[in-house]
Design a protein around this ligand. Sequence first.
Ligand code: 2U9
Length: 333
Amino acid sequence: MSNGLGDLEVQLLTLRTDAEGAISQADTLERLEELRVSYLGKKGQLSAILGSMGKLPAEEKPKIGAIANTVKEALQTSLDKQRNALETAKIQALLESETLDVTMPGIFRPQGRIHPLNGIIDRALDVFVGMGYTVAEGPEMESDYYNFEALNTPPDHPARDMQDTFYLPDGNLLRTHTSSVQIRYMEAEEAPIRVVAPGRVYRRDTVDATHSAVFHQIELLAIDEGLTFTDLKGTIKVFLQEIFGDLPIRFRASYFPFTEPSAEVDLQWNGRWLEVMGCGMVDPNVLKSVGYDPEVYTGFAAGFGVERFAMVLHQMDDIRRLYSSDLRFLQQF
Ligand code: 2U9
């Protein structure tokens, strides 16, 4: 047999031919792994052939061993080659399936934006927070005490006419200003106080282009030892400057039940004096009602309507546009 092909030799060469054929046909990585196990695995076909080498004459063993090694290397090379080819094809397929067609029409996602009222509120609060104020909020439904009595406005006070509101069957009411929030804040905290209260307020008002029964206010309050009207003027000047730019302002004497003295603040806007805020030194009766000694503490307060600011800054002609949710209008801001 030493000149012809031995039995094992034939088996090895047949295995090689069959295996190379099968490997080159494998179309998935899973199938390729099955073939590897089947040919080269511990219990695979090559091992089985080598297992029968024991019966060979000793001089034949090195030759068959050498052939077996060649076959093993050849199969390993075929497996590696096919694995590379399959992996490359897989990546290629993935790339092709994920190709971005930049000419396809996009999905339209309308962009939202801040409502002009919230825009004013954000800007105003930023200015006050920058001056050390804390933002406080409170309930829209209030008791008569927090909305009126603690603010030096007893039941028979003529100022109640100007601030008629919506009364609930239980005696509560819808707040007419955010001053009630500041009364609550003064009850809960101690001087010194710097607080700014934004929020929705209500009035019994006939709705027209410049009036709404529901609107938004921002009020600020500072309580400390030694605060004067000068501090009030300085604070308001800085605030209006930040919002409207450096324009002339003037203070005009006025009246509010909760401040004494009180003033309206006018701003020279496009050459005309425009009333933009109310303000004053906190009335000693208000300080007393929340337990602050007016001989020790003084304070100033001011308030403005957010809608009015929005209308002036954005040149709006009708307050009702701010509430109608008409995107053609809102998209302009
Ligand atoms: C406390 C004491 C006093 C807040 C103040 C005004 C003047 C004011 C109006 C402007 C236009 C409201 O939106 S508007 O109608 N506000 O003129 N508000 S002083 O005074 C306070 C607040 C809290 C404890």
